[in-house]
Design a binder for this molecule. Structure first.
Ligand code: CP
Length: 359
């Protein structure tokens, strides 16, 4: 399987050249309870429920590591994780760095500003440089949809998409699923509202791709100009509906995820005004009270408080927003562990499960 097109998540075992693909299969097959055959995490749009569950189970194990007095385990010792962030980020970049360090990996940071990208270096040349640096895993955020696929095709490293253009943000989808399930239990039959700029949101797409396979029903709400035309006209993916009235969408819902309003949408004529947006689509205490009692409120961050979400809601008793950030470290540890374990280690025979090893 090629990594060439968005929509097809990374090579599963064979295909792309790389170190120890046979070893990967062996390792995955030998570790009880863990079946992992993907080489990259580029999107979750073709992941099975079992694959998502594997990451969430592994995340639980990583949460346990993070609860120890010394938040460190050895499984990625001797491995290098390269964080290549060509677009701004706080949560994703820092949580990947903490995750890699918690698993004892060496971490190299490359950002667009302060690197040779600023001097006009092409993505291809940056990829060649990353290859020469010998990273086991490359985590990439890029403003262009598909950039992680481009990198995955041209490097032997495992590649994780940390957000590409409007396309996908798979690790955010996984951490949202983990956080929500911890809060409300199994997601089968639960109804989750996603409100805001769905059209330009890689988070919305990745949330849908993760929550729906786990059995959740997703209701999208937001200004019609910020919903993909096909979806607005009824051609929504399975498990998804569109409800233009936010109050109706929230009635009896089990959770809501508010998306960041990208203010440039007003300049591009897609919104009448930010104030109007806030009035019609903002999450107020009154609005969230329409959901089931205690139903949680989530936001991937960064937030525009007072626009898409009131401060009282963002920091209120229903808010899981800080938990999302904290769980981001554990989810990214789980993915780094699963990928790096699959590319063969210094011991040449894969890596022990950190939890099994401890026991
Ligand atoms: N949620 C998210 O991707 O946040 P950052 O842009 O801060 O990484």
């Amino acid at each position: 399987m090629s990594a060439s097109k968005p929509g097809v998540a990374g090579a599963a075992g064979g295909g792309a050249p790389g170190r120890g693909s046979d070893l990967r299969k062996l390792v995955a097959g030998r570790r009880p309870g863990v079946k992992w055959i993907r080489r990259h995490v580029l999107d979750t749009d073709d992941w099975s429920r079992e694959e998502i569950e594997t990451v969430l189970d592994q995340t639980r194990a990583m949460v346990e590591i993070l609860s120890r007095p010394i938040r460190r385990a050895p499984p990625l010792r001797g491995r290098t994780v390269i964080l290549f962030f060509a677009e701004v980020s706080t949560r994703t970049r820092v949580s990947f760095e903490l995750a890699a360090k918690a698993l004892s990996a060496d971490v190299v940071n490359i950002t667009a500003t302060g690197s040779s990208v600023e001097k006009g270096e092409s993505l291809l040349d940056t990829v060649r440089t990353l290859q020469a640096l010998g990273g086991d895993v490359v985590v990439i955020r890029h403003g262009s949809s598909g950039a992680p696929y481009f990198v995955a095709e041209r490097t032997e490293s495992a590649v994780i998409n940390a957000g590409d253009g409007w396309h996908a943000h798979p690790t955010q989808g996984l951490l949202d699923a983990y956080t929500l399930r911890e809060a409300v239990g199994e997601l089968g039959g639960k109804r989750v509202v996603i409100v805001g700029d769905i059209l330009h949101s890689r988070v919305a797409r990745s949330d849908i791709n993760t929550l729906v396979p786990l059995g959740a029903r997703v209701t999208l709400s937001g200004p019609p100009t910020l919903i993909p035309v096909a979806w607005r006209c009824g051609e929504v993916p399975a498990g998804v509906t569109y409800e233009p009235e936010l109050d109706r969408a929230l009635d009896g819902a089990d959770a809501v995820i508010a998306l960041r309003l990208q203010r440039e949408r007003q300049e591009s004529g897609l919104l009448p005004s930010v104030r109007e947006y806030s009035r019609v689509w903002g999450l107020s205490e009154e609005r969230v009270a329409r959901m089931r009692p205690g139903a949680p409120v989530m936001h991937p961050g960064p937030m525009n408080e007072g626009i898409e979400i009131d401060a009282a809601v963002a920091h209120g008793s229903r808010s899981l927003i800080e938990k999302q950030v904290a769980n981001g470290v554990a989810v990214r540890m789980a993915l780094l562990y699963l990928l790096a374990a699959g590319v063969g280690g210094p011991d040449g025979a894969g890596l022990p499960n950190p939890i099994e090893k401890r026991g």
